[in-house]
Design a protein around this ligand. Structure first.
Ligand SMILES: NC(=O)C1=CN([C@@H]2O[C@H](COP(=O)(O)OP(=O)(O)OC[C@H]3O[C@@H](n4cnc5c(N)ncnc54)[C@H](OP(=O)(O)O)[C@@H]3O)[C@@H](O)[C@H]2O)C=CC1
Ligand SMILES: O=C(O)C(=O)CO
Length: 314
């Protein structure tokens, strides 16, 4: 017998519940809207909420809730609503997306270095024209955010014999990079980079942390890859830097406004790759597997994975 669980997901709540029931959870209730969630909360003593976009005020109103497991690594979309009551433990997903997101990063780095777009165009035109492709070996990659995702980018960068620089707040994992920079050293951090990869959470401190002065300090041929959150960058400053060829390119999975508005110049700028927030997707399978591991811990009274400490922003 499991504790009563509310699964809150606007599109796939039912599929999550089917998966969880198949895995032995017998008390799961799906809700796709706030109204459905309230109806369930009024009927059942829900102790655990597993979901995305759950309205925080319902945590205040329904005192049976003890634990909110997010279906995401990022917590910005929850915490911007307000505070989580002290009685509720908030957990995020850690380590679920690292491999696929690091693969995304290196798919684009290799695509750029090896001139794959140019080769495809040549093939379409049946043109035999060898050129010297670039190499990742020896290039300098800067990873901003050395958490679960950043660490995997660092690991793969090492496999390509890149020079690896890193920036983080506390300096944890500083020993995994060749040079470490603090959050007060952005301009120095970016100066030597060929690639800047953003794997930071969005917080009050990281909003627009890549601003005009940081962009001006970068090498004009450098490329930025953003898989963290769109608002880590001042998008207008980024667009200006790209338009003025003060930056070599950008690979963008996340945007200040999502979906990216049709009128955004980013859709059409050369050397910009736009992907629809899909470098690290939550699926019924990976989300539920993580949740079930944490549920087993919860029911055994053990420490949960991915706890966001009260007052912390990530
Ligand atoms: N595009 C997508 O599909 C996905 C995007 N994401 C995004 O990736 C983000 C990172 O996830 P994850 O790696 O698990 O996060 P972690 O919490 O594991 O790591 C966060 C890292 O950022 C650093 N950091 C936090 N604040 C600052 C700051 N002000 N200045 C410098 N460094 C800072 C932390 O440093 P320290 O340890 O020193 O505090 C830590 O190294 C998520 O928050 C989410 O926004 C996640 C999954 C999918
Ligand atoms: O887990 C996250 O934070 C995501 O952005 C998933 O898409």
């Amino acid at each position: 017998m499991t504790v009563p669980i509310l699964v809150y997901q606007p599109r796939a709540a039912q599929r999550y519940c089917t998966y969880l029931r198949d895995q032995g959870c017998d008390t799961v209730y799906p809700a796709t809207t706030r109204e459905e969630a309230e109806a369930i909360l009024q009927q059942h003593p829900i102790e655990v909420v597993f979901g995305i976009g759950f309205p925080l005020d319902l945590l205040e109103r329904y005192s049976s809730i003890r634990w909110l497991q997010l279906m995401s690594a990022g917590v910005d979309h929850v915490l911007h609503q307000g505070r989580v009551p002290a009685r509720v433990t908030l957990t995020r997903m850690v380590g679920v997306f690292s491999r696929q997101m690091a693969e995304y990063v290196f798919a684009y780095l290799l695509h750029i270095e090896k001139g794959i777009e140019r080769l495809c165009a040549q093939q379409r035109e049946q043109r035999w024209k060898p050129f010297r492709a670039g190499v990742l070996t020896g290039k300098v990659i800067g990873v901003a955010g050395l958490g679960s995702i950043g660490q995997e980018v660092v690991r793969k960068a090492r496999a390509f014999d890149m020079k690896v620089h890193g920036l983080s707040r506390t300096g944890e994992h500083a020993d995994t990079v060749d040079r470490h920079f603090s959050d007060r050293e952005w301009v120095d951090f970016v100066r030597e980079l060929d690639y800047l990869v953003l794997t930071l959470p969005l917080t009050d401190q990281t909003r627009h942390v890549v601003n005009e002065s940081v962009l001006w300090a970068m090498k004009p041929e450098a490329v930025i890859v953003n898989v963290g959150r769109g608002a880590l960058m001042d998008e207008s400053a980024l667009i200006a830097a790209l338009q003025q060829a003060r930056l070599g390119g950008a690979v963008l999975d996340v945007f200040e406004q999502e979906p990216l508005p049709a009128e955004s110049p980013l859709w059409r700028l050369p050397n910009v790759y736009v992907t629809p927030h899909m470098s690290g997707p939550t699926t019924v399978e990976n989300g539920s597997t993580y949740f079930l591991e944490n549920l087993a811990r919860y029911q055994a009274g053990q420490a949960l994975l991915g706890v966001v400490e009260p007052g912390a922003a990530y």
